[in-house]
Design a protein around this ligand. Sequence first.
Ligand code: HSE
Length: 436
Amino acid sequence: MKPLKIGILGLGTVGGGTFDVLTRNGNEISRRAGRDIQIVAVGARNPERAIKRMSGVAIPVMSLEQTVASPDVDVIVETLGGYEPAKSLILKAIANGKHVVTANKALLAMHGDEIFSAARAKGMIVAFEAAVAGGIPIIKALREGLVANRIEWIAGIINGTTNFILSEMRSKGLPFETVLADAQAKGYAEADPTFDIEGIDAGHKVSILAAIAFGIPLSFEKAHVEGITKIQAQDIRYAEEMGYRIKLLGIARRRENGIELRVHPTLIPAKRLIANVEGVMNAVLVKGDAAGATLYYGPGAGATATASAVIADLVDVARLIDADASHRVPYLAFHHDRIGTEPVLAIDEVQTSYYLRLRVDDKPGVLADITRILADNHLSIDALLQKEPDEGEAQTDIILLTHETVEKNVRRAIAAIEALATTRAKVVLLRLENLA
Ligand code: HSE
């Protein structure tokens, strides 16, 4: 069979990794795909660096524009990242009759609808396994392996940088800034680390997962996104004392009145497998009504791990390229004319449990006032921890864990607690998921 000819845009971490793994495992991959996968062009902004990166392998290096126009290329592998020029190049590649494999979660989360529509109109494949959780085949699992299930919820550690930071803060007691600098030095963080630490990267990924899991449109702009910059060492410590770990989770959950789509630091019971996913590793827990809970664990970033996902997509293209487009798996798992209309719920309507840290005067009646406010707002206490005040201090920390409730009840209760004369600081709110 004739080879599949690919052009790679960008020979950075992911593009370079794809080049390495295809070179290293080409024979084995070809035995699986039923045809060779040949790199026939590399599009680079800096051709000299690309030539050096290929250390002697003679593949034509050209401009990005030339690569997407090259008549030799069947598939464009976009590993540039960012919105532009990636989006224009992908749309040009599709218009030129090329299939696309991309690792670009930000682009798909924001402009996926436009890209998939253009690809559908031209009969082109757009594959993106590498966009979510690097080397973990979570897109394949959700789109194909779990196709029989009505998915109830997904909860994932889908940003390695923040998981590394939280792990180091907990295990070594280091402050946030020190660990972030280390993560950047190790090359885990995005070019703009605010995408990692503010939860935006995880937001992009969970909105892709939610679309595939529930058959809803890509809805990043409706997601509630919070990062880890406000996490304090004492909350990590208190959570641990109460049997929990704090993880940045991407959560998508089906409710009767809509879909919860949220990213935020979350307390989860320390005994759960996912609570023990440490460092840059990723994990995604999927609850389906038929399969039950399934857990996917692995490296969420890195050159060869992400290349593994890119090449899996290339092999799919190699197998499907001659098949009728109607035989392909839909881009977002559901047929585009059967997309659901369930609303994404505002954060006020989300139902979960809560960790509240209160700084209050240590004197009689304070706790009674607080519990009255909680009761008035339909909040039920699951656990309560009162810390001994420091020597000579007249104030103390009270930590409350609540049973599940609607977030607006908690907001109302917090406003009333903060209005008490005996409350000495803003209440710290973190969400808690049992993931049972
Ligand atoms: N910055 C991302 C992370 C890389 O830390 O997980 C992969 O998307």
